[in-house]
Design a protein around this ligand. Structure first.
Ligand SMILES: [Zn+2]
Length: 368
């Protein structure tokens, strides 16, 4: 049966403006038509009037995790917990994502196949959560940042890890290229995989139609990833001019994750008692703002992700707007730019006929 969704404001299909007096005609899980309410009313079975709200496409969290909670601190300790503990707690995280308007999420590495199981259970209707695209275990060098999410070394080792993940049902491949804020495995500009290993990952993944995402903050590791055909750079909080040039030249996607580093409920809350992590965090915040200016100056498109800050996708948008980004551009980063990164889900992120009816409503006029 068709449903007519009406509200005072509706985001236009290109995301540039708010339409008044418009409605969505939804049939099953698809948007059938978008247009002035008066023209669609005769076709409607049921009606849902959301009053003084803005109807938007559901958010795409382009980089997150099911189980870990940065604000609880010691992420590596959390990930060392039994799989059952992490998975059961993850159910609440998935609910928080949906409650915050996230309808599609790209999961960037889980231990014990938690993401693979969560995706299957959500698809079967046994678990509440957004539509998931999953990586399975991630690939980290033995001395790298992401060892809690999977270890693979050497050209043959990374090839085997990609094959294992694909066989288990992974939609994409995640590698840890540089150091990270919440670990003690080297600086954020250091990288742990060599060019040959990155090339082997890309070759293995692309041969079977899987895209490759690299955790990479800045420095030579970012440039190597772009040059070797990695599809997306994740975080990018210390991008240099050379890094930005390489990302532009090779058409690499960029996924920014800001609230984990900048929001007081992120790493700051979780690891407030750890001076090494806090020092890294403070330095990263400064450099991050400068890196973001480089991204903006280059005109590079970017998506956003919460990186485990479940329920905080709105804070990613707030951070962007605080840096002077127009609201429409910030919403774009949280909707269709995320959908572009998830190329295998081409019909989300816009209110457009034929797209999936992933529809959310924000109170009032969302542009003001
Ligand atoms: Zn992550």
């Amino acid at each position: 049966m068709s449903l007519l969704v009406t509200a005072h404001h509706m985001l236009s299909a290109d995301g540039s403006s708010l339409l008044e007096g418009h409605a969505l005609l939804v049939d099953g899980s698809r948007i059938v038509r978008v247009g002035p309410e008066t023209t669609l009313s005769p076709h409607a079975g049921a009606r849902l009037d959301l009053g003084d709200a803005t109807v938007m496409p559901g958010f795409v969290d382009a980089h997150t995790h099911v189980s870990v909670r940065p604000g609880d601190g010691d992420q590596h300790g959390q990930l060392a917990r039994p799989t059952a503990w992490l998975a059961l707690r993850g159910a609440k995280n998935l609910e928080a994502m949906v409650a915050s308007g996230v309808t599609t999420a790209r999961i960037m590495g889980e231990p014990g196949g938690i993401d693979l199981a969560a995706k299957a259970l959500i698809d079967a209707g046994d678990l509440v959560g957004p539509r998931l695209r999953v990586a399975g275990s991630a690939l980290s060098a033995t001395h790298g940042h992401g060892v809690a999410l999977g270890v693979a070394d050497g050209v043959e080792g990374v090839r085997a890890a990609v094959r294992r993940n694909v066989a288990a049902g992974a939609d994409h491949v995640k590698i840890f290229m540089t150091g990270g804020v919440s670990s003690f495995t080297g600086g954020l500009y250091d990288h742990h995989y060599g060019r040959e290993e990155v090339r082997a990952v890309v070759e293995e993944a692309h041969r079977v139609g899987r895209r490759v995402a690299a955790h990479a903050h800045g420095g030579p590791g970012v440039t190597i990833c772009a040059e070797e055909g990695v599809d997306s750079i994740e975080h990018g909080s210390l991008l240099t001019d050379e890094n930005v040039d390489a990302i532009v030249r090779y058409g690499t996607s960029l996924v920014l994750t800001k609230s984990i580093a900048h929001h007081p409920d992120g790493i700051e809350r979780g690891d407030a008692s750890n001076p090494v992590v806090l020092e890294k965090l403070r330095a990263a915040r400064e450099a991050d703002r400068a890196a973001f200016e480089r991204v903006r100056a280059s005109g590079l498109p970017y998506a956003v992700g919460t990186d485990g800050m479940h329920g905080y996708l709105g804070e990613e948008i707030v951070w962007l707007v605080d840096q002077g980004v127009p609201v429409a551009e910030a919403f774009g980063a949280a909707t269709w730019e995320g959908a572009r990164v998830l190329q295998e889900v081409p019909d989300v992120g816009r209110l457009h006929a034929g797209y999936r009816a992933d529809v959310i409503a924000l109170g009032g006029d969302a542009f003001s």
